[in-house]
Write a protein that binds this ligand. Structure first.
Ligand code: 8Y4
Length: 260
């Protein structure tokens, strides 16, 4: 899954048109490099990021979904926690909703249930703005597993079929380095639940903290984590670095073939 962040300097219509064009170019490159899914996001969920109105998020995301849908037969995911954006994204041709709030927002459950889209349910402790000040768990694995299974049950009860659901422990979302490391050590506890598991570690601060490296210097560390995740049964790797990740995963899968 390739990450496509749309954050135009939204001063003019020209800027928006150029932002859409360059987003579609980015998608083309990621597809050439071997991405199977493009995850389009119009609102930064990083701590301290500026708030984006629903209209602004729609203006950023929907034209990109439409254009990618028109040009490429690829799975399109939209990263949003707002029902209106989910609804319009699915209408514009998105195949999947990636929601860091696991469909807890108003009308989100019904919006996805009334569609055929896949959904990724992610765990977060707290909210993006404050999640990294003093995260705490008594048992990080069982608490996150319980949360995800509860959200899965609510989705199933709302009419979302099991084969539309993906789960994600949410690396970095209200977790210390030690929490993130425990989740990676125990990732099989999630992959054995019977739902595809998505892992997003690309360029994240757990790499920066271990290696003492800035965000532009985290490729090799991210590849190591992606390899460990796939080796533990992860099904989708969300990444900025498609070519390197695809090569690494092909090697893991070649070693891990059954019956040989
Ligand atoms: C540098 C680069 C520092 C990236 C921080 C970041 C996930 C996700 C994000 C994830 C799912 C991010 C939208 C955070 N992470 N969705 N989204 N899983 N499902 N931070 O792990 O990339 S955004």
């Amino acid at each position: 899954m390739g990450i496509l962040n749309i954050t135009p300097d939204s001063f003019s219509d020209g800027g928006k048109f150029i932002a859409t064009k360059s987003a579609v170019e980015q998608a083309r490159l990621m597809i050439q490099e071997g991405a199977d899914i493009i995850d389009i996001g119009g609102e930064s969920t990083r701590p301290g990021a500026k708030l984006v109105s629903i209209q602004e998020e729609l203006d950023r995301v929907i034209p990109v979904v439409e254009q990618i849908r028109a040009e490429f037969p690829i799975t399109i995911s939209v990263d949003t926690n707002k029902a209106t954006v989910m609804y319009e994204a699915i209408r514009a041709g998105s195949d999947m909703i990636n929601d860091i709030m696991a469909l807890r927002g108003e009308n989100c459950l019904a919006t996805v249930a009334n569609s055929k889209a896949q959904v990724c349910l992610m765990h977060i402790q707290g909210e993006p703005r404050t999640m990294q000040n003093n995260p705490h768990y008594d048992d990080v694995v069982s608490e996150i597993k319980d949360f995800l299974l509860e959200r899965v049950k609510i989705c199933l009860d709302s009419g979302i079929a099991a084969n539309r659901i993906i789960i994600d422990p949410g690396f970095g979302f209200g977790k210390t380095l030690e929490h993130n490391l425990t989740l990676m050590r125990k990732l099989v506890d999630f992959t054995k639940l019977g739902y595809p598991v998505l892992v997003g570690v690309s360029r994240k601060s757990m790499i920066g903290t271990i290696l003492n490296k800035s965000v532009t210097e985290r490729l090799y560390g991210g590849i190591a984590l992606a390899v460990l995740a796939v080796n533990r049964g992860a099904n989708i790797i969300r990444t900025h670095d498609i070519a390197a990740t695809v090569d690494a995963i092909k090697i893991v899968q070649s070693v891990n073939v059954l019956n040989s």
